[in-house]
Design a protein around this ligand. Structure first.
Ligand code: GLC
Ligand code: CA
Length: 562
């Protein structure tokens, strides 16, 4: 792998362009909006931003459905704006990575428009076409967005594969000519000066080309056999080709989204120092440790963080230390807000947001903050299904109704789990539409913007925002820097049902103790002597020099020990 270490010491920040900042008041976030907030990002201290897709797109899936990789979506701006963004970010020592969508295009991409025309079109083999079977689709494989992963196309009476929406046909990576086109495109962007990519849905590029049926699992929302198009052997050949022909020629970082199905063993195939082709992988393992995912029939009181399980999920990945590099994150644009999931935005807003931040930012890996996380943005307060603007959700809601769920049950479930929670406008200030825009935005603003907003928190030394700034500073420039970035990780008392505790060790020894519940609880530290308190999620944590700590609700202490 590359020698370069810059991404190991970086602090990442994810921007969902549609919802970050609207510069021309059409209700949609845009590139000039991002440029206008670079000073804010500098102030926060981050130095690596991942920008969601901004390519030309009919926006069926907010830009993950690309119709031209070389052009910018009109509503987001122009190529000139993008060039200015790159220059302005670099001026502030901020690196920029883009979303790279290799698994599919939009059905409005010229390749697909050609491909579907006839069986012998030169672009036919850019996509995956199969004959139907017994009057139905070619296989029983399911789509991540519900239903079959095949869509019938009457023009040639065949099915094309689409593991996401019907408007996102899957590309055929077996086709060398097509692969060359993709490599050309990736180079073109790197030559524009961007610093790497988050690689969308990367686990799925290779499919089981024997197209045999899979066994169907019991899950009622996601069903199907993901192994038919996930983490398959051929995929690693394609990735190696991308590395050899493109990535290895640039000082860039590559982070692949491998999702829920990948084991640590799979992960090393992607990103081990020894023979990986990309730098890191994003997995989802820690994202649903409160049982919310399968919770259509549950009441809010039944949703509780399984602290032991959450610890195990993190520890599993922390063990790869020495073998590969790791990204750290609580949420992205596909997940609910972490404070609503594992914290308590009503009773312990500041304490729980700071606790979550501390628990993550002292672990091993490159942290990624998701826009709004740094001010404790919460899940939505929507009370109508049509407010949840997401292609995936409209299909889900139809299906849930068919299965007999009431409108209230569906809305409650969506408020708890939907990815729309992460996609509402960034809350900049208390003015109308949260300072995101002067016009009604494409998606509703959450009502709590009047008090949960950047402006309020900038001036408050004890705010969540300023707490994030401190955590970033520890990692960037402090006596603890080396230990935080390169130290070993070890869970302490893994069986404690309420406290997430771990040790980091290099030239310093740091212990993080985080209470993930709203009850006070005790924790005993053996084998280490207290030296000093580094930071706490409460304002009044005393300097403590004892073996046994009683942590208040959502209290988190980071201490130096010896
Ligand atoms: C990834 C993206 C998600 C998108 C999907 C299809 O999972 O993060 O937002 O819908 O891929 O591109
Ligand atoms: Ca705009």
């Amino acid at each position: 792998m590359k020698e370069s270490k810059w991404f190991k010491e970086a602090i990442g920040y994810q921007i969902y362009p549609r919802s970050f900042k609207d510069s021309n008041n059409d209700g949609i976030g845009d590139i000039r909006g991002i440029i206008s907030k670079l000073d804010y990002l500098s102030y926060l201290g981050v130095n690596l931003i991942w920008i969601g897709p901004i390519y030309k797109s009919p926006m069926d899936d907010n830009g993950y459905d690309v119709s031209d990789f070389y052009q910018i979506a009109e509503e987001y701006g122009t190529l000139n704006d993008v060039e200015e963004l790159i220059t302005e970010a670099h001026k502030r020592d901020i690196k920029i990575i883009f979303d790279l969508i290799l698994n599919h295009t939009s059905d409005e991409h010229p390749w697909f428009i050609e491909s579907r025309k006839s069986k012998d079109n030169p672009y036919r083999d850019y996509y995956i076409w199969q004959e139907g079977k017994n009057g139905g689709p070619p296989t029983n494989w399911a789509s991540f967005f519900g239903g079959s992963c095949w869509n019938f196309d009457p023009q040639t009476n065949m099915y094309y594969m689409k593991i996401f929406s019907n408007k996102m046909p899957d590309l055929n990576w077996e086709n060398k000519k097509f692969r060359d086109e993709m490599k050309k495109m990736i180079k073109w962007w790197l030559d524009k000066g961007i610093d790497g990519f988050r690689m969308d849905a990367i686990a799925h590029l290779a499919k089981d080309t024997s197209f045999s049926d899979g066994k169907v699992d019991k899950g009622y929302i996601y069903s199907g056999e993901w192994s038919k198009f996930s983490n398959r052997d051929e995929l690693f050949i394609y990735l190696k080709e991308l590395k050899d022909d493109v990535f290895s020629k640039y000082d860039c970082v590559t982070i692949g989204e491998v999702g829920g199905g990948a084991s640590t063993k799979d992960a090393l195939r992607y990103s081990s120092y020894k023979n990986g082709s990309i730098d890191m992988v994003f997995t989802f393992d820690h994202c649903w440790e409160n049982g919310a995912f399968m919770s259509e029939h549950k009441k809010d009181e039944e949703i509780k963080t399984n602290v032991i399980s959450l610890k195990k999920q993190f520890a599993k990945w922390q063990k790869l230390y020495n073998k590969s590099w790791n990204p750290l994150y609580w949420l992205n644009h596909d997940h609910p807000r972490v404070i609503s999931q594992y914290g308590d935005p009503i009773n312990y807003f500041n304490e729980s947001a700071k606790m979550l931040a501390q628990t993550l930012h002292f672990m091993w890996g490159t942290p990624f903050i998701y826009q709004g996380e740094e001010i404790g943005m919460t899940n939505v307060d929507f009370n109508r299904i049509d407010q949840f603007k997401d292609t995936y959700i409209f299909d889900y809601a139809k299906d849930a109704k068919k299965r007999g769920l009431s409108e209230d049950q569906i809305i409650n479930y969506l408020r708890r789990t939907s990815r729309v929670n992460a996609r509402t406008p960034m809350q900049w200030d208390g003015s109308i539409y949260a300072g995101f825009s002067n016009t009604k935005p494409w998606i509703d603003v959450i009502g709590n913007y009047s008090y949960i907003n950047v402006k309020n928190q900038i001036y408050d030394q004890n705010s969540i925002l300023n707490h994030y700034r401190k955590l970033i500073e520890f990692r960037k420039d402090s006596e603890y820097k080396k230990t935080i970035i390169y130290g070993k990780f070890k869970l302490i008392n893994m069986k404690h049902p309420q406290i997430f505790a771990y040790l980091r060790e290099l030239d310093k020894k740091i212990i993080v103790l985080s209470n993930f519940t709203n009850e006070k609880t005790q924790f005993t530290i053996r084998n280490y002597q207290f030296r000093k308190l580094i930071i706490s999620s409460y304002l009044d944590s005393p300097v403590i020099n004892r073996k046994s700590y009683t942590l208040r609700p959502f209290e988190s202490l980071v201490i130096e020990v010896e």
